[in-house]
Every structure is written in C-alpha cells, then in structure tokens.
Design a binder for this molecule. Structure first.
Ligand SMILES: [Zn+2]
Length: 381
C-alpha cells in the first residue's frame, strides 16, 4: 500500500485521467517545443537548485530599470531572470505595472474580476470541504483585492485570515474591506511568531513574482502546521516565456518585461522542488488549454511574439499617469450584491461557481501544456 501511494505521488495525476484526455495528450505531443539556446555561466546561481550554468532563452528589459536574460536551468528546468531583479527594482516596476494595468482594464472588467475571484474562492472552499479539510488559520501571500479569500470565508465563516504583502495600500484595503489581519513584509522574509501557525497558506499568482523561491517555500513550510496545506496557482513557464523566447530566437532582439514575472516554472521541476521541501502533492494539474491551442509554447508565429523593447521609463510613466487611477474604488456591498450570493443559499453560490470555473481538462503539469498550474500540497505530518 505504501508503495502504491509513493507511486501515485511520483507519477502524480497521470493515472486518474480518463481516456479522452490521454488522447488529447497524444495529440498535443508536439507541445511544448524544446527550447533551444546557447549556454552561459550565470551571474547568479539558480534559486531553486544552485546550478551555475544557464541556457539563454530571451533577453528582456524590465522597464528602464534592469536588463536581464531569461535563462533555463539545465538541472531543475526553472527559467529565471539572470541577473535577478532586486527588491528595489520590483517595488518601482510593480507600481508602474499596477497603473498600466488599471488603466488598460476597464472598470467594469475589474468589477467582474472581483466577482470571479470570489466565486473561485467559494469553489476552492467546497473542494476542501469535499476532501474533509476544514481550515481555521489561513495566510494569503499577495492577496490582491482579497476577494478569493472572501469566497473561502463564505464557505468557512470561522476562518481567521491573515494577509501578507509588501504594499501598504493593499494591506489597508484588505483590512478595511474584509477585516483581515495584515503583515507588511516580502514573502522571502522570515517572520517570527508564524511558525506552525497556519492550516492553509494561499499564494495565487505569486510564486512567479518572487525573487528567491527557495526562501519563500521554506517559509511556507515553517509557517504551516504539520499536515497543513499549501495552495498556489502559477503560469506554466513554457507558455509564459514563449513570447519573449520567440522574439529573441527570430530576431535576437530584446522585449519588454512589464510585469515582473521573474520565474517561469517547469511542471516536473516545480514538483520535485516542492517534494524536496517536504510538501506532498494532493492535487497538481494544469488547466486552461485555450492558449496552447492558439499556439503558445509551440507555434512560431509573429502574432505570439512580444513587441520589441521600448525601455519605458518607469518613473516618468508613474508621474504621468498616477492621477488617472484615483477614482478606481469598489464597494464590497455592490460587488457582492448578486442573485447567486446569499448566505442562506450557499449551495447555489457553489453551483454557479462550479458552472463558471469547472475545469474540463486537467493535464499533468509534467507535460507543460496549458496555461495555469494548480497546486494543493500538504506539509508532511
Ligand atoms: Zn535549477
């Protein structure tokens, strides 16, 4: 029996997929393309395994703040910036990106995103419930608007939520809107007093942004109670790097890295890394394959290529535009005033959530096909 479980964990989800999906896997065998590039001695060792060599996949400009290569580690498969951004670089770039995104996405769409996140939190909560997982203490790294965890709290009203972020405004918003506890820190920083504290740690779309993934995962492990859970989503690195890779491969030119994705994860490498850090996979799969069908990760199409770098001036951008985002403000009562969100009919909220966010295709991340990697891992007892 022991061996069976060991086997199941190693080969992960492969075994549980039904035949049509195996068929799709065969059809998609060409994906992702093997990424080619010259090797170089890295300026900084791989943050996951310490390797000193790297295969150059792309060259990127992080605004006008830093020039880096994206290199792939030949040992663990992690694709990463070299040299890595510093904390100061990301603070500056993140503010510029936040403004850029706020102005690009309409207010209506942002409202919809908040509702979507709430629904996803409800669906996630119910999935935990089905697994007989009932958390009390929850930590979210980089909570954004806080609506995902609000959805989780809708399912588990008893949970005590703490959010950790480097940005004071984000924390104030979370505390004001939802009453969460807040900690101002970067996820790499070890916080005394959090050891063995949490039943669940959430990091949705966070680990691709962190400068030192090893430190972050060590902290996650330390902060979890024995048997506690770690939930994350992160882009499939092979698709996420594709636009930059194409530009460099075709024209040997640089592209803009406006959002600070500094890690591009390989499905196998990430699994091995988490297991090495004593986190055991419960659910591990990739969802959303629309992007792969469109060609991300395999098709050498100009339309999928990142534009050539403009080296936008981050300071100037912030100075020019910061006043334009002042009126972006959302009231929780308005956002959550939907027919399907009612305390007394929680099963309807869950049903609607499942309708919107049910993943028909769940592919093994080892195949690196599809858009987003989903993980639910458990700390060893
Ligand atoms: Zn490595």
């Amino acid at each position: 029996m022991q061996q069976f479980f060991q086997y199941k964990n190693d080969v992960t989800i492969f075994a549980i997929y039904i035949t049509p999906i195996t068929l799709i896997e065969k059809l998609l065998r060409k994906i992702p393309s093997v990424l080619t590039g010259d090797f170089k001695k890295r300026e900084e060792a791989c943050r996951m395994c310490g390797e000193l060599q790297g295969k150059i996949l792309a060259k990127v400009d992080y605004w006008d703040i830093k020039q880096s290569d994206i290199v792939q580690c030949p040992s663990c498969g992690l694709m990463q910036l070299d040299p890595m951004l510093t904390q100061e670089d990301t603070d500056k770039g993140c503010l510029a990106y936040y403004i850029e995104e706020t102005l690009r996405v309409s207010k209506k769409e942002q409202e919809r995103n908040l509702v979507r996140n709430f629904r996803r939190g409800v669906v996630f909560g119910n999935e935990l419930k089905n697994k007989k997982i009932i958390p009390d203490e929850v930590l979210e790294l980089g909570p954004g608007s806080g609506y995902f965890t609000a959805g989780l709290k809708f399912v588990f009203p008893q949970i005590i939520v703490t959010v950790l972020d480097v940005n004071r405004e984000v924390l104030d918003l979370n505390s004001k809107t939802f009453g969460y506890n807040t900690i101002k820190a970067i996820p790499e920083e070890y916080i005394d007093g959090l050891k063995n504290k949490f039943d669940l740690i959430i990091a949705r779309d966070i680990i691709e942004h962190v400068i030192d993934i090893s430190k972050v995962i060590k902290n996650v492990y330390e902060y979890l109670k024995p048997g506690g859970y770690f939930h994350f989503i992160t882009p499939n690195g092979h698709e996420d790097v594709w636009s930059h890779y194409l530009r460099y491969k075709q024209y040997q030119t640089r592209s803009d890295l406006l959002i600070n994705h500094v890690n591009y994860f390989d499905g196998s490498g990430l699994l091995q890394f988490l297991k090495k850090n004593k986190l055991n996979p419960i659910d591990y799969y990739i969802y959303k394959i629309k992007t792969s069908i469109k060609g991300k990760g395999w098709k050498e199409d100009e339309r999928l290529m990142a534009p050539e770098s403009q080296k936008l001036n981050a300071d100037l951008f912030v100075k020019d535009k910061i006043n334009q985002i002042k009126d972006y403000h959302f009231e929780k009562e308005e956002i959550l005033n939907r027919w399907f969100i009612k305390e007394e009919y929680k099963f309807i909220t869950n049903l609607v959530g499942r309708f919107h966010h049910f993943n028909i295709f769940k592919l093994p991340p080892q195949a690196n096909v599809g858009h987003e990697i989903y993980g639910l891992f458990q700390k060893y007892q």
